[in-house]
Design a protein around this ligand. Structure first.
Ligand code: AMO
Length: 439
């Protein structure tokens, strides 16, 4: 028999049950993470969105009714009314002695994944049961850090006069040059899911000067790696009246401040993930290497002979990872492998572009943009794109487009770095990959 919620309301979350509340009556609600029946003694570990507390039932101390009726399975949904007691041997030095317990919902006898924290179920299995899996303490820590990261980014940018923008995710033509687009049916027309806020953020830098967006974009890449998703969450930043140099400075300050905030506000979560000594506030400024210098570093290693104009393969980054394990910039990429909106350097073989790396992982790319319309049309043609398909974007360049520069940062990749996750899918609540569209 299940109980009704009735007029019971939670008075606290587990995190709020502090020693000041000893001898006070409280109501907690959540799920049974662990349940032990030792005969005359029963323990429930009740977890909610913030953590867990021990509920202790001792025959003779709690009513016979409560004692006898408490027969719980893993992840049963319950509410507990009880008195807070100090007890050194309980986790956190506190236990709850219940006067009443409501059983609100049950689970099957055997859960599809381990929820006690004793073993780790395989990731695909966990993802299949994600709503359950997300209740694990590890996932709670990841999601807390992800939330703090987003808060820290916003805090940092708002302090510096940025305007938060929201741009369409359904678009009529490509933003990054035709490839990797998901087509959709938009009434009678074909449309696409956006790959990035690139063109809109550039247009809006001509309005609000300093803009940022944090949102989804979609990449139809059939990359089955631990670093790629088909739906990604990115931070897009664009600034008017600056060049790449200013963006490099802004980004390293952003990284510095975000990690500082995470350490200040989410040390518990970092510790849970055993990252407290690894995710440390980085020194600024970050080392800066030109693309050609990196190529040379790589080619000095056995087995590599990269030529100018080649993208840098993951394996090469992996080898560099031994020397370059922190945050570092790679600037002045060959113009030939950069998108049309990137400004060429004085020597047009190079471009005013950069990547921010963390070890072997590319976290950000960005650069100075072309703001002159004729130059932009020429760049489109040189990349084999038809300026007519970009007609509406190009009109923005008729009305005094300022010089501008910006960046795009992969939030999911950053979360995996900060949390020490081996697979990017762990950084996302409901990941999308070539093989996964549900849940
Ligand atoms: P780019 O395509 O390099 O640049 O994307 C920016 C950042 O987004 C992340 N990222 C991904 N993460 C997971 N899975 C993927 N499939 C994936 N693709 C990209 C990376 C990457 O550095 N418009 C430009 C940015 C700019 O110039 O402002 C752009 O989209 O961390």
């Amino acid at each position: 028999m299940l109980d009704e919620l009735g007029d019971w309301r939670k008075t606290h979350y587990t995190k709020d049950i502090t020693p000041e509340l000893v001898d006070r009556e409280i109501i907690l609600g959540g799920w049974v993470r662990n349940y032990r029946n030792l005969g005359g003694l029963k323990f429930i570990s009740l977890q909610d969105k913030y953590g867990e507390r021990q509920i202790t039932l001792k025959r003779g101390v709690v009513s016979d009714d409560v004692f006898d009726n408490t027969k719980f399975g893993y992840q049963y949904c319950i509410m507990v009314r009880g008195i807070v007691k100090a007890f050194n041997e309980a986790p956190g030095g506190i236990e709850i002695i219940p006067s009443e317990i409501k059983l609100l919902n049950k689970t099957p006898d055997k859960l599809p994944i381990d929820m006690t924290g004793e073993t780790v179920s395989e990731l695909d299995l966990r993802l299949n049961h994600r709503a359950l899996d997300l209740r694990s303490l590890k996932n709670q820590a990841i999601v807390e850090i992800r939330g703090e990261l987003l808060r820290a980014i916003r805090k940092f940018l708002f302090k510096r006069d940025f305007t938060e923008i929201t741009t369409p995710k359904i678009i009529g033509s490509a933003t990054e040059g035709g490839t990797e687009l998901f087509p959709i049916i938009y009434f009678e027309k074909e449309a696409f899911l956006t790959q990035s806020a690139q063109l809109y953020k550039e247009q809006l830098s001509g309005v609000y000067e300093k803009v940022f967006e944090i949102s989804d974009c979609f990449r139809a890449e059939k990359s089955r790696t631990k670093r790629h998703l088909c739906e990604i969450f990115t931070l897009d930043v664009e600034m008017a009246f600056v060049t790449m140099k200013d963006v490099l400075e802004l980004l390293e300050e952003l990284v510095y401040n975000a990690i500082k905030d995470i350490r200040e506000n989410k040390m518990g979560a970092l510790k849970y993930l055993e990252m407290e000594n690894k995710t440390v506030v980085p020194e600024v400024s970050f080392p800066r290497y030109k693309y050609e210098e990196i190529i040379e570093l790589i080619n000095n290693k056995n087995g590599f002979n990269l030529e100018f104009g080649e993208d840098i393969p993951t394996e090469a980054y992996r080898r560099l990872g031994d020397e370059l394990s922190g945050y570092y910039y790679i600037t002045h990429w060959p113009m030939s492998i950069k998108p049309f909106y990137i400004m060429a350097s004085k020597n047009p073989k190079y471009s005013e572009s950069f990547d921010l790396q963390k070890g072997m992982l590319e976290l950000t790319s960005g650069g100075t943009r072309v703001h002159n319309k004729e130059q932009l049309m020429k760049a489109l043609e040189e990349k084999g794109l038809n300026p007519l398909s970009f007609k509406s974007h190009l009109t923005a360049y008729d009305y005094g487009m300022p010089p501008h520069a910006g960046l795009g940062l992969g939030i999911d990749r950053w979360v995996s770095i900060i949390c020490g996750l081996d697979d990017i899918r762990e950084a996302v609540m409901y990941p999308r990959t070539p093989d996964r569209l549900t849940p």
